[in-house]
Design a protein around this ligand. Structure first.
Ligand SMILES: Cc1ncc(COP(=O)(O)O)c(C=O)c1O
Length: 435
C-alpha cells in the first residue's frame, strides 16, 4: 500500500499579505477572543482562573430552559432536519411576532420577521442590505464588535467615545454633528460591555433626531437607518426598563431593524437562533444574502424555539430564575467593590441595570506595586490582576474605548462561591499597590 501524502509540507511557504483580499489583510479577529483564549490556556494548565471574560454561559452556571431542550430533541426525532425556509420556519416567525405584540404592544406584519443563525449574521446581512463602501456608520464605544463590521464593509465608521456620565451610551448631542449623510446608527441596549440601559428620554431624543433627518432627506436618497441590537432586552433589573425605538416612535418603523435572539436571554449562545424585525423590503434583502452565506438557523432548533416562545408560562419561569441568577452575581460583585471603595481603594462601578455585565473602574493604571512592578497601561493592569489573583476581565479598550482603567465583568461563567473567593484576593492585590 502506498503511503499517504503529507499535505502539511506543501503549506511551508512564506506568508505574504498579498495572498489575501485587502480587507482580510488587517487584523479583524475580535480582541475579546484573544484574551479569552489566553484564559482558556491558563485553565488548561491547571491554574485557578475566575473567568469574567466572555459573554457566554458555562452550563454549570446557566443552562438553556429544560422545556426548550426537550422541544429541540423532539424536533430532531420528528425529522425536522432538512433545509429551513430562507426567511425562517413559519412557526418561529409567528411566535416572535406574537411575543413582540404581547411584550412591546407592537403589531409588526409577519413579513418583518426573519430568522438566522444568531444575531451576528443578522447584523452582517443588514450591512449587506444598506451599507455601501464609504457610507457613514455611527456607533458609540465602548461597544461590541462595531468596528469590525465597519471594517468588513469598508464603511466610514464614526466612533463616538461615550462616558460614565451617560452610562457609556451615546447621546443625541454626541450623534448630532455626524448625522448628515450618515447611513446607519448602530445602538445596543442593554449594552455590551457596560450592562447599562438607555433611559426613555435619552432614546426618545435620538429617535426624534433620526425622524427629523429622514424628513429632511428626499425619497430618492438613502434614508438614515437604526440598527437596534436588543439581544439582552429580557435581562433588566429593578426599575430599569427596556425601550425600543419603534415602541417609542412607531413612525421610525421604516428605518429601524431590531436585532434579537436566544443567545443571551435563554443562555443559548450555542443554539444559534436569532431574529430581526425589519421593514419588509429590507428583511427581503437580508434573506437574499442568507441564501448565499447559508446562515440559516438549524431547522430543529427553530421549531423548538417556536414551541418554547409560545409557552408563556415556561418563558416567564425561565426568565425569573435566570435573571435572578445573573442579578445576584452582578449585585454581589457590586457590593464587594463598593465595600473596597468605602475603605478608600480607587474603585468605581456602575449599578447593574441589564445584560450580564458590570462596568468596573480600578484606578491602578500608571501606579507601581510595592514590589516595583509598574502598571503602565490597561493591558499591564489586566495582566497584574490575572497573575496576582486569577481574576480575568476584559478592559474597555477591547471594545474600542479610550477610557483608562475600566473593565467589563461578565458573569455567565462564574458562581457566587467564585465571586466570594476572588474578591478578598482582589483586595490584597490592590493593597500591594502604592496609591
Ligand atoms: C450586543 C451583542 N449583539 C450580538 C451578539 C451576538 O449574538 P449571537 O451570538 O446571537 O450572534 C452579542 C454577543 O456577545 C452581543 O453582545
Amino acid at each position: 500500500m502506498s503511503s499517504n501524502i503529507d499535505i502539511q509540507k506543501f503549506y511551508n511557504y512564506e506568508i505574504n499579505k498579498n495572498r489575501y483580499a485587502v480587507i482580510a489583510q488587517a487584523e479583524f479577529g475580535p480582541q475579546i477572543l484573544r484574551i479569552a483564549t489566553e484564559v482558556q490556556e491558563l485553565k488548561a494548565q491547571g491554574e485557578t482562573v475566575y473567568d469574567f471574560t466572555v459573554g457566554d454561559f458555562m452550563p454549570a452556571q446557566f443552562r438553556i430552559p429544560k422545556f426548550l431542550q426537550e422541544k429541540i430533541k423532539k424536533a430532531i426525532d420528528d425529522g425536522e432536519t432538512h433545509y429551513p425556509p430562507g426567511k425562517g420556519v413559519l412557526s418561529l416567525r409567528k411566535a416572535v411576532q406574537s411575543m413582540y405584540s404581547r411584550k412591546f404592544g407592537m403589531d409588526f406584519p409577519l413579513d418583518s420577521f426573519v430568522i438566522a443563525s444568531g444575531a451576528r449574521p443578522l447584523l452582517y446581512s443588514l450591512y449587506r442590505a444598506v451599507v455601501d463602501p464609504g457610507d457613514k456608520v455611527i456607533y458609540a464605544v465602548p461597544s461590541w464588535n462595531n468596528h469590525y463590521y465597519v471594517h468588513l464593509f469598508s464603511a466610514n465608521g464614526i466612533a463616538i467615545q461615550a462616558d460614565r456620565e451617560t452610562r457609556f451610551l451615546p447621546t443625541k448631542e454626541a450623534i448630532q454633528p455626524h448625522i448628515k449623510d450618515a447611513t446607519l446608527i448602530v445602538l445596543n441596549s442593554p449594552l455590551n460591555p457596560s450592562g447599562t440601559v438607555f433611559s426613555k428620554e435619552a432614546l426618545e431624543g435620538i429617535c426624534d433626531m433620526v425622524l427629523e433627518e429622514n424628513q429632511r432627506r428626499s425619497p430618492e436618497q438613502k434614508p438614515l437607518y437604526i440598527a437596534y441590537d436588543q439581544i439582552y432586552w429580557q435581562i433588566t433589573f429593578g426599575d430599569f426598563e427596556h425601550y425600543s425605538p419603534v415602541d417609542l416612535r412607531p413612525e421610525l418603523a421604516p428605518f429601524t431593524v431590531l436585532i434579537d435572539g436566544v443567545s443571551k436571554s435563554y443562555a443559548g449562545t450555542g443554539l444559534r437562533v436569532g431574529w430581526a424585525a425589519a421593514p419588509p423590503d429590507i428583511a427581503a434583502k437580508m434573506v437574499s444574502s442568507f441564501g448565499h452565506s447559508g446562515c440559516w438557523a438549524p431547522r430543529a432548533e427553530q421549531v423548538g424555539v417556536a414551541e418554547f416562545l409560545n409557552n408563556e408560562t415556561e418563558v416567564v419561569k425561565h426568565q425569573k430564575e435566570f435573571n435572578n441568577g445573573v442579578h445576584a452575581r452582578l449585585e454581589l460583585i457590586y457590593k464587594h467593590l463598593n465595600g473596597m471603595k468605602d475603605e478608600g481603594f480607587p474603585i468605581d462601578a456602575i449599578e447593574p441595570m441589564g445584560a450580564i455585565y458590570l462596568s468596573v473602574y480600578f484606578g491602578i493604571v500608571g501606579k507601581t506595586t510595592k514590589s516595583g512592578r509598574v502598571l503602565t497601561d490597561n493591558e499591564e493592569a489586566r495582566k497584574y490582576l490575572l497573575e496576582r489573583t486569577g481574576l480575568a476581565a476584559i478592559p474597555f479598550y477591547a471594545f474600542g474605548s479610550d477610557k483608562i482603567g475600566w473593565f467589563r465583568f461578565s458573569v455567565g461563567s462564574v458562581s457566587i462561591k467564585d465571586i466570594n473567593e476572588v474578591m478578598p484576593k482582589l483586595r490584597e492585590a490592590l493593597n500591594e499597590i502604592e496609591f
